[in-house]
Ligand binder design. Structure first.
Ligand code: U3P
Length: 152
């Protein structure tokens, strides 16, 4: 009986360990979707097409709009230590980069049809507003971005 029970529990335990090890945290998801450290800024649609695919944002549908921040991950994580800024979306713990950061924005082309997700790339310097969570506090959501002239 005890042997039967442990034979039943063992696969469940293995599944639990595998799911805990392989599941992505919100901070990891943020970095997958938004961080591409120290790459030179090129206005290159092929970059967006390739990155949106390789970073998993064209799997079930084409993500409409996504920002890649071309700065070191440490600089991006450090935004969470800045003073609080208002969040545009449902989050509450937002912080804004103290300086404009180099980003590439990938916007889905109007005529693109899933699974052929084709993007328009734009390089720009913008303040980035992120929602932060946890200890140490890390970015978990890109809330909005702001050029020196207007709010996006
Ligand atoms: N987003 C950007 N850049 C911006 C503003 C928004 O990439 O400047 P998520 O799946 O909710 O994380 O707000 C809708 C989506 O647009 C967000 O995606 C955010 O990542 C993205």
């Amino acid at each position: 009986m005890a042997l039967e029970r442990s034979l039943l529990l063992f696969p469940l335990l293995v599944m639990l360990v595998v799911s805990l090890v392989s599941s992505e945290t919100s901070a990891e998801r943020f970095e997958r979707q938004h961080v591409d450290s120290d790459r030179p800024a090129l206005n290159d649609n092929a970059y967006c097409n390739q990155m949106m695919r390789s970073r998993g944002m064209t799997k079930e549908s084409c993500k409409q709009f996504n920002t890649f921040i071309l700065e070191s991950v440490w600089k991006i994580r450090a935004i969470c230590w800045n003073t609080k800024a208002p969040c545009k979306h449902e989050f509450s713990n937002c912080h804004k980069s103290s300086k404009p950061l180099q980003v590439t924005e990938c916007r889905l082309k109007g005529n693109a049809q899933y699974p052929q997700c084709k993007y328009q790339a734009t390089n720009v310097k913008k303040h980035i507003i992120v929602a932060c969570y946890g200890w140490p506090s890390l970015p978990v959501h890109l809330d909005s971005s702001k050029s020196d002239r207007c709010l996006k």
